[in-house]
Design a protein around this ligand. Sequence first.
Ligand SMILES: C[S@@+](CC[C@H](N)C(=O)[O-])C[C@H]1O[C@@H](n2cnc3c(N)ncnc32)[C@H](O)[C@@H]1O
Length: 216
Amino acid sequence: MSMPEDLLARARAAKGFMPEDEGELLHEWARERLPHGPALEVGTYCGKSAIWLGAAAREVGGAVFTVDHHRGSEENQAGWEHHDDTLVDHDLGVMDTLPTFRRTIHDAGLEEHVVAIVGRSETVGTWWRTPLSLLFIDGGHGVEPARTDFRTWPRWVAAGGMLVIHDVFPDPADGGRPPYEDIYLPALASGAFTEVEAVGSMRVLRRTAGEAGDAL
Ligand SMILES: C[S@@+](CC[C@H](N)C(=O)[O-])C[C@H]1O[C@@H](n2cnc3c(N)ncnc32)[C@H](O)[C@@H]1O
């Protein structure tokens, strides 16, 4: 089932980093999995991917949690490739994507479906205990953030649930290595996940061994 027209327009208009074919994939898997438990996104930014996920929750029920400290990744900071000066809190001199996210989700009518968790991924994940029907990792793309996200989150994917990873580039000519080397490959090597689909830089893995909470 494709995205409802009203939310497709919202997703297209939102600031962020989610090509449409990859967003469609996220939406389809969220529709399938949300009846089985909550979905969680690591890396909210301004809410673009959260619209694809939240659309599924509006259609089939369920909740989407999205975690971000809203201070931007390394590549979002001033002087880096993905910096957007309109997202800087100039009083504090730091990035703040939370107001834009809130407005995006409000205008999309998804406040009942998408729940923001504001904090560092590792801090939230340390205390997280709920089995996830779908985990979408699109947080910090450096080596340390990627390793931390791998250590922190995929263990909470329920048996039969999905681990979706963004910006996986097996060929270094296409993009940065950490989501591939430090999340995707270790997930497969753990024996807990099996790849089921790939679109663009998005990889979809199913948990085929173990239970939520088991160490990987
Ligand atoms: C690539 S962007 C997410 C893009 C978003 N999913 C979209 O579709 O537009 C990565 C986000 O991860 C967040 N981030 C990076 N490291 C983090 C950490 N350790 N804890 C929480 N959020 C983090 C950044 O603040 C940034 O907003």
